[in-house]
Design a protein around this ligand. Structure first.
Ligand code: DAH
Length: 347
């Protein structure tokens, strides 16, 4: 009996419980009614009567030792768990990790503003393909074959296939091609803007790029007049650049509009930089516009006797340069983080 008691005491002393399962094992082995200690109490009846008192006392000691150890194991386990919990809760007094937030690209910001202003005037936003055919980019827009007007825009032609002549496939030189697609599929009233990327075979400089962005506008209905065009552009310019903004329409030529005009925004000549950007005039050109030529309406299946409309096409880079006073449009595509970071605040 003594030997058994000593063995149990030793076992209890050495027991460790790393988790709840081990604790439960301990409880089953040393505390429960069917525990080894319980069994020894059951054997008391076999102990000689004169030894019973001493053995009973020893058994009680083991029982108490088992209880004490059980409590100690519980305490240790709890401490371990709460210790972990302390680790899991973030220390709210620490300074935050370096939370650098990105910026929306300035061109996207300007594009979003433009879309927003026109949507408030009831214009839908429409998309079109960047790889176009000659019909949508030129012919439907009243550029006759071999007409020198086609050379106003230095076109990228998609490489000719040997078996088949694909030379009429181009990278669109302007977003005006989307006007054609829209008119071909929709009858008036049409009121839409068409922002997108365009391509021209030009040398890259501070003022020109072979890839840039335009936003096209088209409004076709009964009785649309040049006055509507002018008021729409004035309202747009004042929403984008402020209530004091002045615009100017200069007579111009485009095959797809008659009459045609160039749209200038007054920028001023206060500083040397202003004079340089505006070539000394104070005025900055941002795009072209006009009344849609009846030939274009007819090419697209719209009755030019019944409907009239205006159209415009503006350069998004140009508008962003003015808005943020950016002097070199190459900055838009160089992805220099020092440049882009400056636009975080405008998001
Ligand atoms: N597509 C012309 C260009 O890229 C701009 C333009 C002028 C668009 C007059 C128009 C317009 O819709 O009516 O130079």
């Amino acid at each position: 009996m003594d030997e058994k008691i000593n063995a149990i005491l030793k076992e209890i002393a050495q027991y460790t419980a790393a988790d709840d399962d081990a604790l439960e094992d301990y409880r089953m082995r040393f505390i429960s009614r069917k525990s080894v200690i319980g069994e020894l109490f059951g054997e008391m009846k076999n102990v000689a009567p004169e030894d019973r008192k001493a053995t009973g006392a020893k058994l009680n000691t083991v029982k108490n030792a088992a209880q004490d150890k059980f409590q100690a194991l519980i305490d240790a386990l709890e401490q371990q768990i709460s210790g972990q919990a302390v680790h899991d809760v973030p220390d709210l007094t620490l300074p935050p990790p370096d939370a650098t937030i990105g910026a929306i690209h300035p061109l996207t910001q300007v594009r979003n503003r433009i879309v927003n202003i026109f949507e408030r005037m009831g214009f839908n936003t429409v998309d079109g393909p960047e790889v176009e055919d000659d019909w949508h980019n030129f012919t439907a827009l009243n550029f006759p074959p071999n007409h020198p007007a086609r050379e106003m825009q230095d076109t990228f032609f998609i490489e000719k296939d040997r078996a088949e002549d694909h030379s009429d496939i181009v990278l669109r030189t302007h977003t005006s091609s989307v006007q054609v697609r829209l008119m071909e599929t929709q009858q008036p009233p049409i009121r839409a803007i068409m922002p997108g990327r365009v391509y021209r075979n030009e040398a890259i400089s501070a003022r020109a790029h072979c890839v840039f962005h335009q936003v096209e506008g088209l409004y076709i209905d009964r009785h649309v007049s040049f006055a509507d065009l002018k008021q729409t552009l004035l309202h747009f310019a004042q929403e984008l650049y402020g209530k004091e903004t002045k615009i100017r329409l200069r007579p111009s030529y485009f095959p797809f509009t008659e009459p045609s005009a160039e749209l200038d925004i007054y920028w001023g000549t206060a500083t040397e930089a202003d004079r340089r950007v505006t070539k000394g005039t104070g005025w900055l050109e941002i795009g072209g516009c006009g009344m849609v030529d009846p030939n274009v309406l007819e090419n697209c299946g719209i009755d030019s006797q019944e409907f009239t409309g205006f159209a415009f096409g503006m350069g998004i880079e140009r508008m962003a340069m003015i808005k943020y006073q950016i002097k070199d449009l190459r900055l838009f595509t160089e992805n220099d983080v020092r440049f882009l970071k400056q636009f975080t605040a405008f998001n």
